[in-house]
Design a protein around this ligand. Sequence first.
Ligand SMILES: Nc1ncnc2c1ncn2[C@@H]1O[C@H](COP(=O)(O)OP(=O)(O)O)[C@@H](O)[C@H]1O
Ligand SMILES: [Mg+2]
Length: 234
Amino acid sequence: MSSAPEAAAEHIIIRVRDLRKTYHVGDVDVHALRGVDLDVPRGEFLAVIGPSGSGKSTFFHILGGLAPPTSGEVLIDGSDLRRMSDANRTEMRQRKIGFVFQKYNLLPTLTARDNIAIAQALGRTNSWPTGFDDVLQFLSIKNRLDHKPRALSGGEQQRVAIARALVNQPAILLADEPTGNLDTENSNAVLEILRNLNKRTGQTILMITHNPEAAAFADRIVSMRDGKLHAMQD
Ligand SMILES: Nc1ncnc2c1ncn2[C@@H]1O[C@H](COP(=O)(O)OP(=O)(O)O)[C@@H](O)[C@H]1O
Ligand SMILES: [Mg+2]
């Protein structure tokens, strides 16, 4: 979490400085983020660990351009989120960032294939990218695509959600408790997938978890406590 020298700046795909977020709930101010600094080198698999309510999801929502910070700087691939128009921020999110959530967030009335296709339409690309069949193979969901979410197991739904997150070939994958609803076997499958994806494609992955065993799959672990990030000592 030290400052990167300018010469190394192009290797830093996510740069965060003194990020703060305060929610106003009635008369109460909730300080969810209290000055977060972070540099993520391109291609890193980073785990963010920390107790419930420590600000992890708030942090990811801001990184992904889903919510504005109260103050502070976020550079995604060199672009300052604050200087983008709403339209540019939306485009950045749809093209550069893939999200995976604890509860999969698949649309229940659509097949797995159409859930993926919708994300792709939002990213404004026409056909599934080259090599995407390999991704589906790798996720072991090729023969599950014509099913709706309710006909899929939790592990399968999460793997469809990962495919959806990958269809626009984002530079960054943000996964918020991706194994939080899964049993050990399915958790390990999802974690292996993230680990291998990161190795194969060099994709940058940030994963929130409160499980130290899940965090151990990452290259580096940072911990969030009371709205601040700390390096993990091992
Ligand atoms: N939309 C919101 N409005 C008000 N308070 C919120 C909102 N989202 C989160 N919070 C509060 O901000 C703090 C951090 O929440 P969150 O980022 O969800 O933490 P975590 O993901 O680590 O559990 C908590 O106190 C939570 O209650
Ligand atoms: Mg959370």
